[in-house]
Design a protein around this ligand. Structure first.
Ligand code: LEU
Length: 452
């Protein structure tokens, strides 16, 4: 790392800023698109219960570990790991954590942006107002979007341009500023939608569906789905948290902020679930509709409900904000690496990175239509990238992070960064040393089909 890059390292304006940007990264399509449909397809409350345990038992400890690595390393995910490996007297091969994260973030963004593009397309439709049509027409409309390379590529391009624009503004002038506007707005809209659910839809039914715990519905597939989702939703193992942590001042408490971030992320997922299922149940729709839940089911509801036009538009704006603040956190790790390694200015780094993601995203968009015959390991490009990143690369990076923080770093250095009461520290430390690695290995074995 050049000395200049090191001394010029930017910092968030305070703990509130770090909290907001990291919640911005964590709260995304994972919370509003994926969590509700996964809950819907995995037995409702059983999934919620396991998911909450995973967030608390694996997610929060790893989120704290990642923030710690970034703050102590003061570099990109790769640079930070090099500094920390040297400090611990360990091999520089640990830099692989940074590389997996950055490559993972690149690959994730290529399909995340295409999905965000669907949401932009629906936001446009919501602005015009969804027409009241029979149920099948909404499924057909979604199918028509997937079958249209032009529309998919257009909205993917718009979304990448929006994300690039924010990251170009820099750490405080771009990322922090965007989050300070969008996150409170997102929260406000969400609370309004839950209120709407209480007044105009069926909030009690949604509440029962999410919180009426029935432990007998917990099975192995619910368990694995919940664990994988805990990683995705907290943006773990993709370099984002290390990078955001590297801009964090030393006086901010990592445990306290980490807990608050995971709490806010979970709250948003649950509120989104309440808002969405209130509408789904009030309209007598199917909660287990799968990935199309918010795109096929909700527009049908919006076309029939009182005030559906305005509520529908607000809902899709909320999803756009969520996706946008997450996408920028996937760009920043790569930008910081290009800056550190190749002395590229922010502008050049953003252009190089975004062009690469954009090109791969075009291939992803085409995988739904013209190139649908092309498969890798039996999967279309979209599913292949999703599986590779969320089921393999992120847990692998998570495992290595737990091993590095728990076993390789000097305990005194870890303690120095985490700085919490010694009993709580010992608890956290043991979770990172034992529980997290074992849990992740179990997910892995399930994914490769050894068990499950
Ligand atoms: N945590 C984000 C979400 O829940 C995803 C991540 C890939 C940035 O959508």
């Amino acid at each position: 790392m050049s000395e200049q890059a090191q001394t010029a390292r930017a910092h968030w304006s305070g703990r509130w800023a770090f909290f907001l940007v990291t919640v911005g990264s964590a709260v995304g399509l994972g919370n509003i698109w994926k969590f509700p449909y996964m809950t819907g397809s995995n037995g409702g409350s059983a999934f919620v219960l396991v998911y909450l345990c995973c967030i608390l038992g694996i997610g929060v400890p790893l989120l704290m570990a990642e923030s710690m690595l970034g703050r102590r390393g003061q570099g990109s995910p790769v640079g930070s790991m090099r500094v920390l490996a040297d400090e611990a007297g360990a091999t520089r091969l640990w830099q692989v954590i940074g590389y997996i994260g950055i490559v993972g973030a690149f690959l994730i963004l290529s399909f995340y942006s295409v999905v965000a593009g669907w949401v932009l397309d629906y936001t446009w439709q919501a602005a015009e107002g969804f027409k009241a049509l029979p149920k099948e027409a909404f499924a057909e409309a979604f199918g028509a979007l997937l079958a249209s390379p032009g529309r998919l590529i257009f909205w993917h391009t718009v979304f990448m341009a929006m994300s690039a624009l924010v990251v170009l503004g820099g750490v405080t002038g771009g990322i922090e500023r965007a989050n300070k506007i969008m996150m409170p707005a997102l929260f406000g809209i969400l609370v309004f939608l839950v209120g709407y659910g209480a007044v105009a839809a069926d909030l009690p039914a949604a509440w029962r569906f999410l919180f009426h715990f029935d432990p007998s519905a917990i099975n192995r597939s619910v368990l694995f789905a919940a664990m994988g989702h805990a990683f995705f939703t907290l943006s773990l193992g993709m370099g984002a948290i290390i990078t955001y942590g590297s801009y964090l001042e030393r006086d901010v408490s990592i445990p306290r902020t980490g807990l608050a971030i995971a709490g806010a992320d979970t709250l948003v997922a649950l509120l989104a679930g309440l808002a969405i299922f209130s509408i789904v149940f009030a309209q007598g729709l199917e909660p287990a509709a799968g990935p199309g839940l918010i795109l096929q089911t909700l527009p049908l509801a919006f076309s029939q409900m009182p005030g559906g036009h305005a509520v529908g538009l607000l809902f899709f704006v909320l999803v756009v904000f969520a996706a946008w603040t997450s996408a920028i956190s996937l760009l920043e790790p790569g930008v910081s690496l290009l800056n550190e390694r190749f002395d590229m200015g922010r502008k050049q780094a953003v252009v190089v990175l975004c062009s690469g993601v954009w090109l791969l995203g075009i291939a992803v968009a085409l995988s739904f239509n013209d190139w649908s015959g092309f498969t890798l390991f039996g999967l279309g490009l979209f599913d292949f990238l999703d599986t590779l990143t969320t089921k393999i690369m992120m847990p692998l990076a998570g495992l290595l992070i737990a091993l590095f923080a728990g076993w390789t770093m000097k305990r005194a250095h870890v303690f120095d960064e985490i700085r919490m009461g010694s009993r709580v520290f010992v608890l956290w430390y043991n979770v990172v040393r034992y529980l997290s690695p074992v849990a992740i290995v179990i997910i892995f074995l399930n994914v490769v089909g050894v068990i499950g």
